[in-house]
Design a protein around this ligand. Sequence first.
Ligand code: NAD
Length: 363
Amino acid sequence: MLIQAAPLTRTIAEIFRAAGTSTAEGERIANSLVGANLVGHDSHGVGRTLRYVEWLQEGIQYADKTITILAEGDAFALVDGNYGFGQTIGVQAVQLGIDKARTAGVSVIALRHSGHLGRIGDWAEMALEAGLISIHFVNVAGGLLVAPFGSIDRRMATNPVCIGVPVADGPPVLLDFATSLVAEGKVQVALEGGASLPHGALIGDDGAFSDDPHLLYGETKPGRSPNPRKGSGAMVTMGLHKGSGLSILCELLAGALTGSGTAGPAPYRFANGMLSVYIDPVVLDVEDRISSDIKDYLDWFDTARPATPGGEVLSPGEPERRKKADRLANGLTIPEDTWSAILNAADLSGLGRARVAEIFAEH
Ligand code: NAD
């Protein structure tokens, strides 16, 4: 289905408002989900709506929560997200990191018990807007989906890592990826008939690599979101032993160090933990040359020749910028199953699908 961002955003915001969030939080969630679709990360887009509404109703994430500061210094804080929506908790935790880095030059924020933080690039973008470098390690307590390198047993979550670096007079460098070969949402997108998975994104309990999403979800029920705990297989990490090692570090830094909880072995409640480092480059810029060094390096990087005729060499963040420009201009395509799940979410929230039809008629 080809769909425009504006009525889709209105629809998702109204679904969450009907489900019990404030208007402002509903809009934040809608902007985050549609924003992920716009930059091409459908795995973190509106396909998550039904699951978020179910989580709200089941008390897995709560509406309109505020962070609690558990420990604090000039350049650090340990904060608890109290299982509030990540789209609200993330804003508060990142703003705290930005404020501290502006006064102290650097800051570290350890966030525990946040609801799903969505696309982590959103948080690096918030820091970039404030002129700051940021580094984020994220884990998913209870999100046992990924087998370590060489194993068939789930021991880790999809654990994203994200780094943003501002560039003077140019687009920033923004690296943001799951340490699993693909993000879990991409397995869901494949299950719903969207883009298929690369072979070897999953591993069966027989040790055979596969691209069959049912290895993660098992058999699914119509009208309910698929449960990734039900499958007999596991996702695999990107970058062989290196991605696996990075994922373990996310468990330790974002899960154990923050107190959010690791992927296992305890039956931890679902939450994102995030350890974030914010750096104001100005405080390190004693020779007043960091901006020009970054710019000069990136200009030279851009002269690297493509390996294949007609190929391109991109820097991190460029694919998302291009996709966003295209999707804002031409609309975005979502699979029929995702649209059905949004209509189910509209019913489940009490908004009703008739109102969704009205919103689209108004645009
Ligand atoms: P991905 O594999 O598409 O990798 C994206 C990164 O690679 C981006 O930085 C992009 O700019 C860069 N990139 C892509 N193609 C490139 C190219 N040709 N040349 C140079 N750079 C290129 O992303 P993913 O691993 O599927 O992750 C998707 C999203 O899922 C991320 O936004 C991540 O934060 C999110 N995520 C969130 C959670 C959570 O618990 N909240 C968990 C896992 C993943």
